[in-house]
Design a protein around this ligand. Structure first.
Ligand SMILES: *[C@@H]1O[C@H](CO)[C@@H](O)[C@H](O)[C@H]1NC(C)=O
Ligand SMILES: *[C@@H]1O[C@H](CO)[C@@H](O)[C@H](O)[C@H]1NC(C)=O
Ligand SMILES: *[C@@H]1O[C@H](CO)[C@@H](O)[C@H](O)[C@H]1NC(C)=O
Ligand SMILES: *[C@@H]1O[C@H](CO)[C@@H](O)[C@H](O)[C@H]1NC(C)=O
Ligand SMILES: *[C@@H]1O[C@H](CO)[C@@H](O)[C@H](O)[C@H]1NC(C)=O
Ligand SMILES: *[C@@H]1O[C@H](CO)[C@@H](O)[C@H](O)[C@H]1NC(C)=O
Length: 585
C-alpha cells in the first residue's frame, strides 16, 4: 500500500541520516587525535595511539623474545608490522612500564617507582602536543604547531612512502623479523651520492660493499625516496631524478608500500593490499642472490645458494662453533702453534670456486697450485691460501665473507692429516629461514632414486655381459657371490632373457649385495672393470647409490643431501648393508 511504503521510506531516511552522522562523529573523533600532555600508555591497557585512519599506531608492541618495545607499527592490517622502534638496542621492558607525555617530553618509566626513566625523543624544546600521522610518521609539535621531532627523520630499517633517507644517513637491518634491535647489515646514503650496502662495523670502502646504486659523484645531497605509488628513486639536491631503483608502476587502489633492509641483508620493496589479501608481497629486491650480503655466514664458513634458500657450510676440517648461534661461524680444534710440533702432520684441502675477503700477509705470483700448497704447508703462519691465476695469497684465520662463486679462488685450507674432516652439513644463515618445498624434494628424490636403480641395474647387466666373455662360467649354486677371489655370478644373454620378473628382483638384491661387498672390501675397481674412473668420485657415487637404494624410505637421503654428497661438500656416512634391512621386511 502506498501509505505503508511512505512510512517505510521515512524510517529508512531517518536510519541513514542517523548512520551517516554517527560515522561522521567517529571520524571527527579520530581526526582530532592530537595527543595532549598528561596522556599515557601501558603495554597491557591502552597500549597505543592510533593514526586517524587507524592504519598506523604509536606505542608498545610485544617483542618476539618477550617484553615490550616502543615504536610505530601498522595496526590496520592483520599482521602487525613494526616500521620504527625507539631506542632499538635497549632491552625490552616489562608489562609494568609506562609511557608518559609529561612536561613536554615523552618519558618511558620502566619501574613502578618511576625512577628508571628514559626519554623517547631527543628534543631541546618542550613539546606541547604529539600526533600519530596517517603517513606513519610520529610527530612532536611545539605550541606554534611547528615540528620539533619526527620519527621519519630517524629511520631504523624501514622507509615508508614520503619518507626520505638523506645524505649521511643509513638504515640498519634488524636482528630478525621479531627482534628489531640492530642487526648485521646497513644501507648507507653516502655524501658522495652513492647508495651502498655494507655489513655493520666496516669502513665505507669498496672492498666491504656488496651492493651499490653506482651513483658515485652525483652530488653531496642525494636522497633516497619512496613515493606513494611504490617508486623508489634517488634525487639530487635540485630534485633531479638520478636513478630509478624500481622500474614500473606497482600502484593499484588500496595498496601500501614499504622499503626495508631485511635481516638477511637484502633490501626489498614490499606491497600490501588493504583489501582481502593479508600478507606483504615482494615487489623488488636489491639482489636475487641471497648469498650476496657479505658476512651472511659466520667466520670460517661460506654461503651456498644451490638450494632455494642460502645455507652456510664450514671450511674443510672445521665444525660449527655453536649450532644455536647463527653468527658464531665455524672453528677447528688445532691452533697455529701446534703446527710447529713434530708429531703432527698437515695437509691442504682444496675448496673450489669460493670467494673470500683477501687479507693476505704474503703474495706469491707466478706459482702453481702445488707450489702454493707447499708454500703454505711449510709456513706455520699460513693457515689457508687463496689461489687464482697463478697467484698464491697466504692467509691467517679467520676467513670472512665466504661464498660459493663461479670462476673464483681455490681455497687451500690447512687441516690435520689425522683428524677426519668434519664438515657437518648446513648451518642456518643469519636469517636462517629455510623455504624449501618438501613436496618438491620428495618428488625429486623419488625420481633420483629410481634413476639410480635403473643405472645400477643397467650397469650390472652390462657388467655381467662383460664377465660372460671375460671369465669362465661359474655354475649358479644359489649362493651370493663375493667380490674377492670369486668373480660375480655371470649369465648368458639367453639366460637373462629367460628370467622371470621374480628372479630379476632376486638378482637385483644379489647385485646390490655384490656392490656392497665390493664397497666394504674397498675394491671398487671391480665394479668398473677396465674403464678409467676417478676413484674418489666413484666411491662417492657408490656410497650415495647404496644410501639411495635402501628399502626403508626414511633412511634414504633427501635430494638436497644427495646433491651435496655428490658435489663432495658434505661427508657421506658409510651406508648400511642393504641386505640387513631386507631381512627385516
Ligand atoms: C591539534 O592541536 C593543535 C594545537 O592545539 C591545533 O592547532 C590543531 O588544529 C589540532 N589538530 C587537530 C587535528 O585537531
Ligand atoms: C611488576 O609489578 C609487579 C607487581 O607490582 C611486581 O611484582 C614485579 O616485580 C614488577 N616487575 C618489574 C620488572 O618491575
Ligand atoms: C642534479 O643533476 C642535474 C643533471 O645531472 C644537474 O644539472 C644538476 O646540477 C644537479 N644538481 C646538483 C645540486 O648537483
Ligand atoms: C624513472 O621512471 C620514470 C617513470 O616512472 C621516468 O619518467 C624517468 O625518466 C625515469 N628516470 C630515470 C633516470 O630512469
Ligand atoms: C626476489 O628474490 C627472490 C629470491 O631471493 C625471488 O624468488 C623473487 O622472485 C624476487 N622477487 C622479485 C620481485 O624480484
Ligand atoms: C653469537 O656469537 C656472536 C659472535 O661469536 C656473539 O657476538 C653473540 O653475542 C652470540 N649471540 C648469542 C645469542 O650467544
Amino acid at each position: 500500500m502506498p501509505r505503508d511504503h511512505f512510512v517505510l521510506m521515512h524510517y529508512f531516511i531517518i536510519f541513514f541520516v542517523l548512520l551517516s552522522t554517527s560515522s561522521l562523529a567517529t571520524a571527527q573523533q579520530r581526526q582530532s587525535s592530537n595527543i595532549s600532555q598528561g596522556s599515557s600508555l601501558t603495554p597491557t591497557k591502552t597500549s597505543s595511539w592510533l593514526s586517524s585512519s587507524g592504519l598506523y599506531a604509536f606505542g608498545f608492541y610485544q617483542r618476539g623474545n618477550g617484553g615490550y618495545a616502543v615504536g610505530v607499527f601498522l595496526a590496520g592490517i592483520p599482521k602487525k608490522t613494526v616500521v620504527w622502534t625507539a631506542r632499538r638496542d635497549d632491552p625490552p621492558v616489562s608489562a609494568n612500564a609506562t609511557l608518559l607525555f609529561t612536561e613536554g617530553r615523552l618519558v618511558l618509566q620502566t619501574a613502578q617507582s618511576g625512577q628508571d626513566t628514559t626519554y623517547i625523543a631527543d628534543i631541546a624544546q618542550t613539546a606541547s602536543y604529539a600526533s600519530m600521522l596517517d603517513t606513519g610518521n610520529f610527530v612532536l609539535y611545539n605550541s606554534d604547531g611547528e615540528i620539533l621531532w619526527q620519527s621519519f627523520k630517524y629511520p631504523t630499517d624501514t622507509l615508508l612512502p614520503n619518507q626520505t633517507l638523506s645524505a649521511g644517513m643509513e638504515l640498519f637491518s634488524s636482528v630478525s623479523e621479531t627482534d628489531q634491535s640492530t642487526g648485521f647489515f646497513r644501507l648507507k646514503m653516502q655524501s658522495d651520492g652513492n647508495l651502498v650496502q655494507y655489513p655493520k662495523d666496516t669502513p665505507d670502502t669498496a672492498p666491504y660493499s656488496y651492493w651499490s646504486a653506482t651513483t658515485f659523484g652525483t652530488g653531496d645531497k642525494v636522497t633516497l625516496n619512496l613515493d606513494v605509488d611504490g617508486n623508489l628513486y634517488l634525487l639530487n639536491a635540485t630534485s633531479f631524478k638520478l636513478q630509478n631503483l624500481t622500474s614500473g608502476v606497482y600502484k593499484t587502489r588500496g595498496t601500501i608500500f614499504m622499503m626495508r633492509i631485511d635481516s638477511d641483508g637484502v633490501f626489498r620493496l614490499y606491497s600490501h593490499s588493504l583489501g582481502n589479501s593479508s600478507r606483504w608481497s615482494i615487489v623488488w629486491n636489491s639482489t636475487s642472490d641471497r648469498c650476496d650480503p657479505k658476512g651472511l655466514c659466520g667466520l670460517n664458513s661460506f654461503c651456498i645458494s644451490n638450494d632455494l634458500a642460502p645455507g652456510c657450510r664450514c671450511l674443510p676440517g672445521f665444525s660449527s662453533a655453536n649450532q644455536d648461534n647463527k653468527t658464531s661461524g665455524c672453528e677447528r680444534n688445532f691452533t697455529a702453534e701446534s703446527c710447529k710440533s713434530k708429531d703432527k702432520k698437515y695437509t691442504l684441502e682444496e675448496l673450489e670456486n669460493t670467494s673470500w675477503e683477501d687479507v693476505s700477509y704474503s703474495v706469491l705470483s707466478q706459482t702453481s697450485k702445488e707450489d702454493c700448497s707447499q708454500a703454505c704447508l711449510v709456513d706455520c703462519n699460513c693457515e689457508a691460501a687463496l689461489f687464482k691465476d697463478g697467484v698464491c695469497r697466504k692467509q691467517r684465520l679467520p676467513l670472512r665473507y665466504g661464498r660459493r662463486a663461479g670462476d673464483s679462488y681455490i681455497a687451500l685450507i690447512k687441516v690435520e692429516e689425522t683428524s677426519e674432516s668434519s664438515t657437518d652439513g648446513i648451518l642456518p644463515t643469519r636469517e636462517g629461514k629455510k623455504e624449501i618445498s618438501t613436496n618438491i624434494i620428495i618428488i625429486i628424490s623419488c625420481l633420483f632414486v629410481s634413476l639410480i636403480l635403473v643405472i645400477v641395474a643397467i650397469f650390472g647387466i652390462i657388467l655381467h655381459r662383460y664377465h660372460v666373455s671375460a671369465y669362465r662360467r661359474i655354475p649358479y649354486n644359489g649362493n651370493i657371490c663375493f667380490c674377492g677371489d670369486i668373480a660375480p655370478r655371470s649369465f648368458r644373454y639367453a639366460e637373462l632373457e629367460r628370467m622371470t620378473d621374480q628372479s630379476l628382483q632376486e638378482d637385483q638384491v644379489i647385485l646390490e649385495d655384490w656392490v656392497y661387498q665390493c664397497f666394504e672390501g674397498g675394491d671398487l675397481s671391480q665394479l668398473v672393470g677396465i674403464e678409467e674412473v676417478e676413484p674418489k668420485q666413484l666411491e662417492r657415487t657408490i656410497k650415495v647409490a647404496l644410501w639411495c637404494i635402501l628399502d626403508e624410505p626414511s633412511l634414504r637421503p633427501s635430494m638436497k643431501k644427495v646433491l651435496l654428497m655428490l658435489e663432495g661438500t658434505v661427508d657421506i656416512p658409510t651406508p648400511p648393508d642393504p641386505t640387513s634391512f631386507i631381512s627385516a621386511i
